[in-house]
Design a protein around this ligand. Structure first.
Ligand SMILES: [Zn+2]
Length: 144
């Protein structure tokens, strides 16, 4: 097993400033906050990708993030809006390979952006949208 800072935090070997804990997920302060109040919601089960995580943990992670979102807005911390951000894989910007959901307070003029490079955008044809939708539908099937 490779070293995982989040597993160390969850087991108490490393310290963190917790805002919430239950049997499935914990939430603690990001030590490199994008803005003050930046919280990470982390499922206790060690998985790198959400595809590896059990459905209960995935759902609960978002449920806890919703509660953190509500708490942040009421907390007095500067927060006009919130980004929920999950990097699922290294090429998407994931640095700690243990699933985590960022809850990031945002406000006008905070100097941050979460945007994709417009110079790489290509308007897809209707046929390409159809093809890509079909490729995804073929894998999805029914969701119970
Ligand atoms: Zn871990």
């Amino acid at each position: 097993v490779t070293y995982c800072i989040f597993c160390d935090i969850l087991s108490g070997i490393a310290s963190a400033k917790f805002v919430y804990r239950d049997d499935i997920c914990s939430a603690f302060m990001d030590i490199h906050p994008v803005n003050p109040g930046h919280v990470l919601v982390v499922p206790h089960s060690h998985c790198a990708l959400i595809s590896e995580l059990d459905e209960t943990s995935v759902g609960h992670m978002f449920h806890v993030a919703q509660k953190v979102d509500v708490a942040l807005r009421a907390s007095g911390i500067k927060c006009e809006a919130i980004n929920l951000f999950l990097a699922d894989g290294r090429s998407a910007g994931q640095e700690v390979m243990h699933v985590h959901l960022h809850v990031i307070p945002r406000f006008h003029g905070d100097g941050h952006h979460l945007r994709f490079n417009p110079s790489y955008f290509k308007l897809p044809s209707s046929a390409e949208l159809d093809k890509n939708a079909e490729m995804i539908r073929n894998q999805l099937g029914d969701i119970p």
